[in-house]
Design a protein around this ligand. Sequence first.
Ligand code: PLP
Length: 446
Amino acid sequence: MNSKKNYLLHTFNFDNNEKILKGENVYLFTNKKKYIDSTSGLTGTSILGWSNPTINKAILSQLNKISHIDYKYFVDENRELAAKKILSNSNHKLDKLFFVGGSGGEACEASMKLSYQYHCSIGKPNKKWFISRKQSYHGSSSDAIAVGDRPNLNLYKPFFPKFRAKINEHNIFRSKKKGETTKEYEKRSVKELENKILEIGPEKVSGFVGETIMGGLVGDVPPTPNYWKGISKVCKRYKIHLIIDEVWCGTGTSGKMFCIDWDNVKPDFIFMGKTLAAGYMPVSAIATNSEIEEKIKRKYDAIQFSTTHQGHSLGVAACLAVQNIINNKSFLEKVIKNGNYLRQTLKNELNNSDFFFNVRGRGLRNSLEYKCRNKHLFGIALTEKAKKKFNLLISAKWHRVCFSNAININRKELDEILEKFIKTFKLVSSNWSTKNINKIKHRSFY
Ligand SMILES: Cc1ncc(COP(=O)(O)O)c(C=O)c1O
């Protein structure tokens, strides 16, 4: 056998031989270096850092009882406890939690299926359209891609289901017209949904799918103050489900248990994923309400789809441990405080830079947008400089740097990230010219 042959099929072309040895809080240790991580595991997952003793203990204790079985026939008490805890401290008052599987994409599709099954159960099978927004990301299974809008995934268009439509992103920084007030922009944004519903026909539309804050693709753009209230009213007017994606911005990361609680609306579904078990296990779930369950069960007896690892015992044990840590007032207040501090510090230090556009977000989901020529390459240069010179991991690409650090981060660790990032930003922008571009190793990003 050729010992040089690699058997692993990587997502990207991969030429890094650096091995992860361990993680501790917000630090990662490899065979070469110790890094501080501002990304929670590069995709915003490890929101309580690594080696958290409470979560580790909960998983090990569950493992010593039973790893997982199909819970359609038996009770795992943790599932009820976790569901209660997740739903107990929210303004929206949704009262049912459905564990889906492992990924956010699955939870997106499951929400759409529940929405459609509900409409079938009340005799409206023609409600098969779903409307979503441009510049969204909801996962990479076929229907999640179809309601999302990631350019590289257009390759899979032939796979897309029928009956899907899009309106524009809701992004005050990009889409508000010159001379338009915030209120006028908000009204226009909401009206766009209403127009699309009327164009398709309200009797044919099942749901509207959207991330509470425009997340990873756009870079943590919060909605205007009454946007979701307006959208919710339109959905109610035409009996269309409001389906909210909190895979990125849920689980206390915004400083409230559910990010949509900042907006004071009651959606019909909120789906969650990556952060639910803080990256210790893959878990995804949907919050919804009893009326939806009752109608579905009366007509069909059961929800007509499931997955093998739905409500996985180890995942749910981790999920409950996460809730026990984050689901309290003082923890969440600290998330808000640290988020305000992060945005203010970046603004104070970088506002005068020609490369700084703005910094925005909620709680500890934040992005800094930069402005320059060849923004994507500028982002890659930031990422590389931060990693090589300052042992700092950041997620900078396209037009933004996402700060999605662990939400239990202490002030000293946060200061370390900020100080290193600010130095990186100043250094890269002071040398930025088109002649640098050829020196940047061009890695293919999404
Ligand atoms: C907002 C949002 N929705 C859905 C997903 C998909 O989650 P998963 O990758 O677990 O399928 C993601 C993943 O990044 C996300 O950010």
